[in-house]
Design a binder for this molecule. Structure first.
Ligand SMILES: [Zn+2]
Length: 71
């Protein structure tokens, strides 16, 4: 089944390699419900503690990460 696409859902393509869309980096304890999403690469896990300068986006292709305002 196809999920309906939200027209307002802006995709963030990697500004470096432009090969992939960036995935959000999540911090803190992950709920069990996100385990499957993590496995399929819907997001990246940055660790338990988010610092003010922690990156918020990650490229699954070149593995670079970016701050929230970089995309
Ligand atoms: Zn990239």
């Amino acid at each position: 089944m196809d999920e309906p696409k939200n027209a307002n859902d802006r995709k963030h393509r990697c500004p470096v390699c432009r090969e992939k869309e960036l995935v959000p980096i999540l911090y803190g304890p992950l709920p069990e419900s996100l385990t499957e999403d993590r496995k399929r690469g819907a997001f990246s896990w940055g660790g338990l503690v988010m610092k003010p300068d922690s990156p918020r986006w990650k490229c699954g292709y070149c593995q670079r990460s970016f701050p929230i305002d970089a995309v």
